[in-house]
Design a protein around this ligand. Structure first.
Ligand SMILES: Nc1ncnc2c1ncn2[C@@H]1O[C@H](COP(=O)(O)OP(=O)(O)OP(=O)(O)O)[C@@H](O)[C@H]1O
Ligand SMILES: [Mg+2]
Length: 238
């Protein structure tokens, strides 16, 4: 029996036969503003809140202040969990370097930092938001090798990992660079066809997952919540 980890996102576990297989890595894919960062933070916060599981949130955004700002409308007490050593937030900064060899070294250095952050609080959950920023530094062949190494390394840490990927069209694109989907165990796509948001579990290894697209909402009180009983047609999504 595969041990499953609850996503902490209302309604989603039901689509995943109980949750994400523990230790796997899942790509959360969507266009701008589809809810990737909120999804990721909710995963970490609810892990701490409901299941007493520590989590590390790695951001590759330019300014970590944006995280607090972006999440401020939710009642998540991010700082309280940080103080309690239940959550580590880390900004991964590769810096500009034209030499791919040097960028590779920098990624290894950053992976070591992430590893110590995970060990420090015995994290069970890990988020990398977003992996798209990694792609700026490599051509496709190198990127594929890098991502393999990256995800492989993260697997060693024993966490269940969410990686986000920004695409311009989540209906046709499985990831930003077309390689991430091969190195992860699961793919969850997020759509925003105004005014409707929806979610689709595209793949989840070892899981008899739901095959339909379902609407979800974002509210200040509940964060993201999925409506597993309602479905959306593929044709209704843009
Ligand atoms: N309190 C709230 N209630 C309802 N909707 C909200 C609330 N806070 C944020 N949102 C919605 O969530 C969107 C942002 O979500 P999020 O930052 O997770 O998106 P993202 O996919 O990470 O985007 P990006 O590609 O820019 O990183 C906002 O554009 C807004 O539509
Ligand atoms: Mg984001």
């Amino acid at each position: 029996m595969v041990e499953r980890l609850s996503t902490g996102i209302t309604g989603l576990d039901e689509l995943l036969d109980g949750g994400i297989p523990r230790g796997s890595s899942v790509l959360v894919v969507g266009g701008p503003g589809t809810g990737k960062s909120i999804f990721s933070m909710q995963y970490i916060i609810e892990g701490a809140k409901q299941f007493n599981e520590a989590g590390v949130f790695v951001t590759l955004e330019s300014n970590p202040k944006n995280i607090y700002w972006n999440m401020s409308s939710f009642n998540w007490d991010i700082r309280k969990f940080q103080d309690a050593k239940m959550i580590n937030i880390y900004r991964m900064k590769l810096g500009y370097n034209a030499d791919p060899k040097r960028v590779e070294e920098r990624i290894d250095e950053e992976l070591n930092v992430i590893s110590s952050l995970v060990k420090e609080i015995k994290a069970k959950r890990l988020v990398i938001d977003s992996t798209t920023a990694l792609g700026i530094w490599f051509d496709k062949a190198l990127l594929r090798a890098m991502l393999f190494r990256f995800v492989d390394y993260l697997k060693e840490l024993g966490c269940t990992t969410i990686l986000t990927s920004e695409v311009s069209n989540a209906k046709t694109q499985l990831s930003a660079f077309g390689v991430e989907e091969f190195v992860t165990d699961g793919i969850i796509s997020l759509f925003f066809t105004p005014p409707y948001r929806s979610i689709f579990v595209r793949k989840m290894r070892g899981t008899a997952h739901d095959q339909h697209i379902h609407p979800f909402e974002i509210t200040a009180r509940k964060g993201i919540y999925v409506k597993p009983k309602e479905t959306v047609l593929w044709e209704a999504i843009k």
